[in-house]
Design a protein around this ligand. Sequence first.
Ligand code: TXA
Ligand code: MG
Length: 331
Amino acid sequence: MDETITLVLRVAPDEPSPGPIATAAAALRRGWLVAFPTETVYGLGANALDPAAVGTIFRAKGRPPTNPVIVHVADEGMLTLVAADWPPAAAALARAFWPGPLTLVVPKAAAVPDVVTGGGPTVAVRRPTHPVAQALIRAAGVPVAAPSANRSAELSPTRAEHVLAGLSGRVDVILDGGPTPAGIESTVVDVTTSPPTVLRPGPISVEQLEAVVGPVAQRTKGVESGPSPSPGMMARHYAPRTPVELVAGRDRLVGLASRGRVGVLALGPAAGVPGEVVALPADPAGYAARLYAALHDLDALNLDRVLIEEPPATPEWLAVRDRLTRAATLE
Ligand code: TXA
Ligand code: MG
């Protein structure tokens, strides 16, 4: 694709000043690409109602056209431009968790171009809570289509530096609002099915969803291939370049880590563990917040492999374990 010059603008995450926001919003209205922080990861945004602009996202990422993108809205007014129907489960979940890290799949409105939805009849929408994302979408005055701001199948970005490393020359503006707080991508729920189906686990847990809408179905495989599934194609997602291996148990971890040039993501304090060790917090939210940055850092060291100490197979670790499994899937 054509190379551009990437403009990086710093903004305060809590109270972004109007200047950079206005510049980025003008870029969006012109059909350009803007990367911006959300509470989950950085997004690579374009005007969702402009098919040419959304097409640029796919080229910049090298993303297969069958994998649809999430549309970000600032308020109810924008939602009505995007969604043709708002089922009761959507209303209940939005009331409970919006703005926030929850994406709802609903019937799409006619104004949403096919390139956004992979040609399918549904659209994924989310109203983010990050002040920079909100200010940007509001200033642009249009819904913003934005997948994570990384090359397809690579690690998601939780810092502006990650976006620049992967997409420099392919994105027009990056709003640098510092590290993103949740650190993993939003929970995706399809509310066109009964019961609603969790397509991707995330910061809003199954337990939290079920407290609002009752039992939900779960599909933890296949979401990355979008509405026309190509089996296995996108299984290796969120992956660093260095081979990754999940390791159960501290003793095994210590044994494997002493061989070769090895990076280690330890679960909790890691005194006595050899290798390039990053000790991540032993709670799911703390771990998720730092996971991608730790993998980006280890990846930059050109190690032989990265060992990840496996977190417990309990419900509160579901979203993190989903990302770890994908990072470790080789094909
Ligand atoms: O936290 C997030 O969701 C971030 C930030 C930037 O908002 N975005 C993100 O986008 O992770 P992306 O494109 O990397 O992931 C979007 C997910 C994919 O798994 C995609 O298949 C699914 O949402 N998706 C999008 N539209 C869909 C649709 N109409 N039906 C089913 N799944 C859909
Ligand atoms: Mg992504």
